[in-house]
Design a protein around this ligand. Structure first.
Ligand code: ATP
Ligand code: MG
Length: 577
């Protein structure tokens, strides 16, 4: 670690803002700008000012230490990647407009790295050759580029962002599994050292490929992800969670479905209200078509929402029908049901409806529903699929307790890629039995800039940021009130120098400003501790210490202040190790 220097507010470039910047909707975006941590350059592109940069460096250092501790080695890969590599893996086309592309003067295509599977594979293939050299794990901390459709929320979803990405190469599934678990444990430790309240959740593997994956979610209302979790330790992204949705049967079934007159607006809420029943006893119908143009009506419990990822898995390329297409297909909006659909429309039903003997569904006729529609008797389900998102109160698939819902920020994700890239890019090694085998790969991404936002989302109040000491731009700010005073300034200088000598990171607010301005800035920037050296205090032989996290203030005798503060800071640091 570099030797700590005394930071002086008079030298620091930290133009804090009194007003909330317009269009900064969430706390981290607002406060990182107001506290002079960063400045916006373009949509989803930020530059870091000295304070924000020092936080970024500390976050990086924590990540670096945890990666090194599990035997992953740091390197740095170029941001510019030849388009050919992306053609080889097949992702040049698949990645779509999110991939930022450029051409050189010779007409060669390149991509700005959104991730680095292709590049690392091209580096090791032909050089990492024998099973004897495996496993290997490599990482770098490097800027990434993704032309996100909606860059927003400051550092949460940028177009240029800093990522730690690690890649591992293995000769066996056991070896991959072992390193994957090591990475996951390292991710847990990174969260703890950043002070983040988090859940590791089972997740979808999205663009990257592979099957086994876990996301690390920092809990925050501002998060774009939704997860369900249980006291037994189960947690999953609602996009993939399979839970017991507790669908219910409505009424008794007769020998044939009974028609109900339901002159309501065709929504589930209106139907439940009209019949005075729970939405769990209703069945929701949604129409669409897949990539081949095949028409479907999907049925899910009325209490739940369709999962976008789930439906894409079941019916690739699925799109909803608009009102005109519904009419053309012979479907009755708001009153669709599985009995008597046009013959070219297939019925797909959520697996949870298997537990519902007879369904309350639309009658394919305006203002009418059917009660007691019975699968295999009145209609056929062409495909049973997992379609509905889990929600609050669904039962845990592992222990049966009700699940809780939370929002989260995905700060990291670990994947077992298998041979996806080694197959397409012909990266193989000599196995123990003398045969050529493709590498088994893992990849492990961590959003460095995004985790700054996650920390601020969890650590802020009306006054500003409350940095955990592990990543604060400095550990304590010494605030001399009335710098012109003949005792105050020298005492503050002395205390700051002694703290520095004891290894504490100190900033001295030596500006000739009113007390109110200094307090407001100290709270906004979020130094973990403030030591106030005032004229009246000194006369009484005291200084005052404020803990930014708890808001508590303590008076300390002047001659014991440095020792007491050092003790407190050491104890605070220890909580994050
Ligand atoms: P998301 O689902 O949020 O778009 P992703 O699954 O595309 O993320 P990965 O490809 O797994 O992200 O990237 C690894 C990590 O990089 C993520 O866990 C996240 O912390 C970070 N990250 C991804 N996209 C962005 C972005 N646009 N801005 C900031 N950080 C990002
Ligand atoms: Mg992800």
């Amino acid at each position: 670690m570099p030797k700590p220097l005394l930071l002086r507010m008079t030298q620091l470039y930290a133009p804090t803002l009194k007003e909330d910047p317009v269009d900064a909707e969430i706390a981290s975006h607002r406060l990182l700008l107001r506290a002079a941590m960063m400045r916006k350059i373009a949509a989803g592109v930020y530059s870091f000012l000295p304070l924000g940069f020092s936080v970024l460096r500390k976050v990086e250092q924590i990540i670096r230490e945890e990666m090194n501790a599990i035997g992953s080695q740091e390197m740095v890969m170029s941001i510019i990647q030849p388009g050919d590599l992306w053609h080889e893996s097949g992702r040049w086309d698949v990645y779509g407009p999110e991939l930022m592309r450029l051409e050189d003067r010779h007409g060669h295509s390149f991509a700005l790295s959104p991730t680095q599977e292709e590049l690392i594979t091209s580096i090791i293939r032909n050089e990492l050759r024998s099973y004897k050299e495996l496993p290997k794990s490599l990482y770098h901390i490097q800027w990434k580029y993704r032309d996100e459709i909606r860059p927003r929320f400051g550092l949460l979803r940028g177009r240029e962002f800093l990522m730690k990405d690690a890649y591992s190469f293995h000769h066996s599934h056991e070896s991959l599994q072992e390193h994957y678990e090591q990475q996951a444990r390292a991710y847990g430790r990174i969260c703890e050292r950043l002070g983040l309240e988090y859940y590791p959740v089972e997740a979808d593997s999205g663009q990257i490929g592979g099957k086994v994956t876990r996301e690390f979610m920092a809990l925050a209302e501002a998060g774009e992800a939704e997860l369900v979790y249980c006291s037994c330790g189960f947690a999953a992204n609602t996009e993939v969670a399979t839970a017991d949705l507790q669908p219910q049967t409505y009424g008794e079934a007769g020998p044939a479905p009974t028609e109900l007159h339901t002159p309501i607006e065709g929504t589930i809420a209106a139907l439940a209200e009209f019949l005075k029943i729970s939405e769990h006893a209703t069945v929701k119908a949604l129409s669409g078509k897949d990539a081949s143009g095949q028409l479907y009506v999907l049925f899910i419990p009325g209490s739940h929402e369709l999962g976008e990822i789930k439906v894409q898995k079941a019916l690739p390329g699925f799109e909803f029908l608009d009102d005109d297409s519904m009419v053309d297909a012979g479907l009755v909006k708001g009153y669709m049901g599985p009995v008597g659909l046009p013959p070219d429309v297939k019925v797909v039903a959520d697996v949870s409806l298997r537990d519902v003997a007879h369904w309350l569904v639309g009658a394919n006729k305006p203002d009418h529903h059917l009660q007691g529609a019975t699968p295999d008797r009145d209609f056929t389900v062409d495909l049973w699929a997992d379609l509905a998102c889990a929600r609050q109160g669904d039962l845990c698939p592992e222990c049966g307790q009700p699940l809780q819902l939370a929002r989260g920020i995905e700060v990291g994700q670990v994947f077992q890629l298998g041979t996806k890239y080694s197959d397409s890019m012909h990266a193989s090694f000599m196995a123990e039995d003398g045969t050529e085998k493709p590498f088994l790969m893992g990849c492990y991404g961590w959003g460095v800039t995004r985790s700054l936002a996650a920390v601020v989302e969890q650590y802020n109040d009306d006054g500003g940021i409350k940095w955990p000491i592990s990543v604060a731009p400095a550990e304590i700010c010494v605030l001399p009130l009335v710098v012109g005073d003949e005792r105050v300034a020298p005492e503050a200088e002395r205390i700051a120098a002694e703290l520095l000598a004891a290894g504490v990171e100190v900033v001295l607010d030596d500006r000739d400003e009113r007390a109110g301005v200094k307090f407001a800035d100290a709270d906004l920037i979020g130094w973990p501790y403030q030591l106030i050296v005032g004229k009246r205090g000194l006369e009484a032989g005291e200084v005052e210490l404020k803990d930014r996290q708890s808001g508590e203030k303590f008076s300390l005798p002047l001659d014991e202040a440095v020792t007491a503060v050092v003790g407190m800071i050491e104890a605070a640091r220890a909580r994050f190790l």
